[in-house]
Design a protein around this ligand. Structure first.
Ligand code: ZN
Ligand code: ZN
Length: 174
């Protein structure tokens, strides 16, 4: 599968490059209602695959190239740390019959689509976080380097700027 991130729209376009991918795309398009969640069902990094479930059927999303694998890592983290439990189906890519559009979460402040883990974990997008009236508390936060201890805002879950975070050894985030 080819995975294309659209940062400004907060979406990922999945485009089939082989028959296995076409089965995936067709199953999602035929059996998932708009805005419904395609449930995450684990991964197998040995074969570069994420699994999803529709009813009782397990679908395989497999990548071939390094670039696609990288985007797949972003997607997997966004799902793993997020609240959606999978991918939100946003519909067909009308320009290509072998292609669909998904996202990983929604901002509680403005409804924007979210595809990065620090945003899906808080369900607050970066724009809304800049307008947040922060209320800092001590605790564990997920930063781009891993799990850390420090002051974070209990509303937008962003770390307090300019503080030294204590990173937890051996807790490197994937
Ligand atoms: Zn927002
Ligand atoms: Zn805040």
């Amino acid at each position: 599968m080819k995975l294309t991130i659209n940062e400004s729209a907060g979406t990922i376009t999945l485009t089939a490059v082989n028959d296995e991918d076409r089965v995936f795309i067709e199953a999602v398009a035929a059996r998932t209602a708009l805005l419904n969640v395609l449930k995450y069902d684990g991964r197998d990094s040995r074969i570069n695959a994420l699994f999803f479930k529709i009813d009782e059927n397990r679908l395989t999303l497999r990548t071939e190239t390094d670039a696609d694998r990288q985007v797949m890592g972003v997607v997997r983290d966004a799902i793993f740390y997020g609240h959606t439990g999978g991918l939100i189906y946003l519909g067909l890519n009308v320009e290509d019959p072998d292609s669909i559009i998904v996202t990983c979460g929604r901002c509680k402040g403005c409804g924007r689509n979210l595809i990065h883990r620090h945003e899906t974990a808080s369900e607050i997008c970066d724009d809304c976080a800049t307008r947040c009236h922060h209320h800092y508390v001590q605790g564990h936060i997920l930063s781009h380097k891993g799990l850390a201890e420090g002051l974070y805002c209990k509303y937008c879950m962003r770390a307090k700027p300019d503080q030294q975070l204590a990173f937890q050894k051996g807790m490197q985030v994937l």
